[in-house]
Design a protein around this ligand. Structure first.
Ligand SMILES: [Zn+2]
Length: 305
């Protein structure tokens, strides 16, 4: 009996060694990687979820994780540029080299934005427009319809990195999509109640979500992306909301509740609080729960009834 136990422990240890060590920048990518990788991967996350994706605080443990990783799964389009690029610069891992635009270069880089129909590619790269993402708006993870693209990218790249298990990754992807696709269909139906609803958001991160739900985002409370609101800008936004009958303010969970509540009160609007990544709220640690939470919040505050 004892030797059997020892044997199973040894086998478990060998299994753990064999698993690919993956670092995922945000919780929903960690979730999808676990689903697609199954027990062939060991996934560590960086951002926890409630923080600003553009301001993730770097910890020394992040460097250790990236130094030992076989691959890093990230959103790309420079959304993690304030932390991932710098961390990779000091992590000294030949599979994952720091790149100023692509963030990561090397055989272990899994860029989930590949194949995503990117919105708002800037025509000019002037910083006068605020915090600029030269490759386009990077917040595509906030639209549920990009889930299958993300999962497909992870499966494809894991199969390239670990070809002997390609069939496993393919099978896991299929199983995940069999769960996600019916949800997408259900969410599309529910989102019909948001079609044509006008709204303002705090940050300019809702363009993909707007496309999925049909919500028409007419302005942001931020003066420009990454630039705090000024009183005169807020006064203009409130006037615009009154003129256009905008009754919905969308606040990303980590941004100013007081400012958003005040603007909403001035314009007679309701506030929906959403996450910019999974786990922004307790119980939303997966891509599916995160997508569902955001849709519920939008319907609750802004749905046509
Ligand atoms: Zn942004």
């Amino acid at each position: 009996m004892k030797s059997l136990l020892l044997l199973s422990l040894l086998l478990a240890a060998a299994d753990a060694r064999a698993a690919l060590r993956i670092v995922a920048t945000v919780p929903e990518l960690a979730d999808i990687t676990r689903r697609v990788g199954g027990d062939l991967v060991k996934v560590d996350g960086l951002a926890r979820g409630p923080e600003d994706i553009h301001q993730v605080v770097m910890k020394p443990s992040f460097v250790t994780k990236l130094n030992r990783a076989d691959a890093v799964v990230y959103l790309g389009l420079t959304v993690e540029h304030t932390f991932l690029t710098g961390l990779l610069g000091v992590a000294r891992n030949d599979k994952l080299m720091s790149d100023p635009v692509k963030q990561c270069a090397g055989p272990g880089c899994i860029d989930c934005s590949e194949g995503v129909p990117v919105l708002e590619r800037p025509e000019s790269l002037s910083r006068a427009e605020g915090e600029i993402h030269p490759l386009g708006n990077p917040h595509y993870n906030m639209s549920p319809e990009n889930g299958p693209v993300i999962a497909g990218n992870i499966a494809r790249r894991l199969s390239e990195i670990d070809p002997s298990h390609a069939a496993d990754y393919g099978r896991n992807l299929k199983a995940y999509l069999a769960e996600l696709e019916p949800k997408l269909a259900e969410w599309r139906k529910r989102a019909a109640a948001l079609k044509g609803v006008k709204a303002v958001s705090y940050h300019k991160d809702v363009v993909y979500l707007g496309r999925f739900t049909g919500i028409e985002f007419v302005d942001t409370l931020e003066l420009k992306p990454g630039v705090a609101p000024t009183p005169s800008h807020l006064a203009r936004v409130i006037q615009k909301m009154k003129d256009q009958g905008v009754k919905l303010v969308v606040r990303e969970q980590h941004f100013e509740p007081k400012t958003c509540d005040w603007v909403a009160a001035q314009a007679g609007a309701k506030v929906a609080v959403i996450g910019v990544m999974a786990n922004a709220f307790p119980g939303t640690e997966t891509f599916i729960k995160f997508s569902e939470h955001n849709l519920d919040a939008l319907l609750e505050a802004g749905g046509n009834r």
